[in-house]
Design a protein around this ligand. Structure first.
Ligand code: ADP
Length: 157
């Protein structure tokens, strides 16, 4: 059984993340989308809110689970029996950081490989930070985030 971890901030999950996740779910037996706790940053939503919104957004994908973790991604991957990390690439600007991250993870644990996926063009430009900015300025985010995220964010304002 090939298990992959899709780690990230997901603050909040977007249609871009969801598209990457669906693509990964078609390739691997099980995909765990995992919110990384970042001790230094509090974030927009707390980790529990992010995981809950992910769960509500993925209930139609049978081989995907949502979770959160603290510490190194590779240690979490080992604990979950995963051998693959999924990351998304939007543009050349993502490449340098993602390359460095994947090579660092390989140097720490060579058995765990990073697989990069891309989205459909219509989801490629979406980022969590842009969504927060649109929301803060009263814009419509319904085209960019799954319905549970839209409902939660627009009702908590
Ligand atoms: P992080 O803070 O770890 O970058 P994010 O939640 O911003 O976490 O993103 C998690 C992963 O999803 C990253 O690999 C990021 O490049 C990718 N990603 C985010 N949005 C998109 C998108 N619209 N298209 C493709 N990949 C994306």
């Amino acid at each position: 059984m090939k298990i992959a971890i899709y780690p990230g901030s997901f603050d909040p999950i977007t249609y871009g993340h969801l598209d990457i996740l669906k693509n990964a779910a078609g390739i691997f037996d099980k995909v765990i989308i995992a919110v990384a706790h970042n001790g230094a940053k509090n974030g927009f939503l707390n980790v529990e809110e992010r995981v809950r919104l992910i769960r509500e957004s993925i209930d139609d994908i049978p081989n995907v689970e949502a979770d959160s973790f603290e510490g190194l991604t590779i240690e979490y991957a080992k604990k979950m029996g995963a051998t693959v990390l999924i990351r998304g690439l939007r543009a050349v600007s993502d490449f340098e950081f993602e390359m460095q991250l994947s090579q660092t993870n390989s140097a720490l644990c060579d058995e765990i490989k990073t697989v990069f996926l891309t989205t459909k063009p219509e989801y490629n430009f979406i980022s969590s930070s842009t969504i927060k900015e649109i929301l803060a300025n009263g814009g419509d985010i319904s085209k960019f985030v799954p319905e549970p995220v839209y409902n939660y964010l627009t009702s908590r304002k």
